[in-house]
Ligand binder design. Structure first.
Ligand SMILES: Cc1ncc(COP(=O)(O)O)c(C=O)c1O
Length: 429
């Protein structure tokens, strides 16, 4: 691949009016609307990227085969290319890859850090490289005790079967991170704000600590989106986004992305991704491109609505606790102020009693009940029975998912209407 001639269809052309350097000088609002979406002059000059519904790409000459051209859609597709370019620009990363879901992105980013890209080795040599045969080389990963349950399952139930150890600690306490890192730590995995409990973790310090032993820091940025937080600028090596959430924002498809250096993204694209195969469909890429053009404006409204609702719930006598980083009493408030632009659209709260909590969902009229988040429409979940349903009781306890815990994804409705709905429901308890 490296020897092949670069194809102008996959890299910015010399005569592009705006190259990456110029995009980098523009404001986030301009980037979000325009980056990656230059017309496709090879086809129709359409103002929007067309949906390339193609499984593979053809060659007409021997010379073309020597060029670095589109080849097969499990590795790349021109519609996805537009989305990748936009995501890389927004995160100030060198490259990005979009994949089928956020979970696919979590897995591919982790594989790229934790395992070797082994190609063209004979079976005898392969055996020598396996960690099972060299216990002193078994890698470990550091995770926070509260984590999106899919990622938690991946790291604690699946990777150990592949010879990858984990250390589950409270990463809010940076001393715990310091003490957990050893020579075999390859990855410090940060999710901040963390799902489902809104914990805030210090990205920069985690990245600095793991870099001292030559490992990498991966950040799941789903709850913030690049509109609120850009972990690469704080020293992270790779960023993960579940595009399903705020970035698409319209609740109509799934997607995920990894953003980082050219070398890491190339590894993910041509080794891990090509082999595992979690490809995003070009239609979903098109939907997400369409959804994300309004990301910055949506995030402003998500954040202001969330702040208003957090303050309202915080004053309510039937609400025991509100967990929102924008509230001054949140333990991560100061840190969130430093590493985020605003405090996000997710508000967690606990009602006073279990009896109240069991009745609450039935009483809501406007606010929809369901899993997931980051949509234009508000969504509330009864955490123990929804996100936490696959966990054992001890696991839920260790993640602070109590029987009175609710996770509220604040949508773009008028916040006064949302408050009225809470008010009428709480009045009936
Ligand atoms: C923080 C976080 N990361 C990753 C994911 C997985 O994303 P997806 O549902 O797109 O696979 C989720 C889903 O809720 C999440 O909240």
């Amino acid at each position: 691949m490296g020897e092949k001639e670069k194809d102008p269809r996959k890299i910015p052309r010399e005569d592009d009016k705006i190259n990456r350097e110029l995009w980098d000088k523009m404001s986030f609002d301009t980037q979000i609307l325009r980056a990656g979406e230059d017309p496709y002059p090879e086809t129709s000059h359409s103002i929007r990227p067309p949906i390339y519904a193609a499984k593979s790409y053809t060659f007409t000459t021997f010379e073309e085969m020597l060029q670095d051209r589109y080849f097969y859609s499990r590795t790349e597709n021109p519609t996805l290319y537009a989305l990748d370019q936009k995501l890389a620009t927004l995160h100030r990363g060198e490259k990005a890859i979009s994949v089928a879901s956020g979970m696919a992105a979590v897995h591919l980013a982790s594989m790229c850090v934790l395992q070797k890209r082994i190609e063209r080795v004979k079976p005898e040599k392969l055996k020598e490289l396996l960690p099972q045969n060299n216990p002193e080389t078994i890698p470990n990963i550091i995770i926070h005790k509260n984590l999106y349950t899919g990622s938690y399952r991946l790291f604690t139930k699946i990777y150990p079967q592949m010879g990858i150890d984990f250390k589950r600690i409270d990463m809010r306490n940076i001393d715990e991170v310091k003490n957990a890192i050893d020579e075999q730590t390859k990855l410090v995995y940060v999710e901040t704000p963390a799902n489902p409990t809104n914990d805030i973790i210090d990205i920069k310090t985690c990245a600095d600590l793991i870099h001292e032993v030559g490992g990498k820091c991966v950040v799941d940025n789903t709850w913030a989106s690049p509109a609120l937080q850009r972990p690469l600028e704080l020293g992270a090596d790779l960023v993960i986004e579940s595009l399903t959430k705020y970035i698409n924002g319209h609740g109509d498809c799934l997607g995920g992305a990894v953003i980082g250096t050219e070398n890491d993204i190339r590894n993910i694209r041509y080794f891990w991704g090509e082999t595992h195969g979690p490809v995003m469909s070009p239609f979903n890429a098109w939907l997400i491109l369409r959804g994300m053009r309004t990301l910055n404006m949506r995030m402003e409204r998500h954040c202001s609505n969330a702040m208003k609702i957090a303050r309202y719930l915080n004053e309510h006598p039937k609400v025991r606790e509100v967990i929102y980083p924008g509230l001054e009493h949140h333990p991560g408030h100061e840190l969130a102020k430093r590493q985020m632009k605003r405090f996000g659209g997710m508000v967690d709260f606990e009602l006073e009693t279990e009896e109240m909590s069991n009745k609450f969902i039935n009483l809501l009229k406007l606010i929809k009940v369901g899993v997931s988040l980051g949509d234009t429409t508000s969504l509330i979940e009864f955490t123990g029975l929804m996100t936490g349903i696959d966990l054992a009781r001890w696991e839920r306890r260790s993640m602070n998912i109590s029987k009175t815990h609710f996770r509220f994804s604040v949508g773009l409705e008028d916040p006064d209407d949302l408050i009225l709905d809470f008010e009428q429901a709480l009045n009936q308890l």
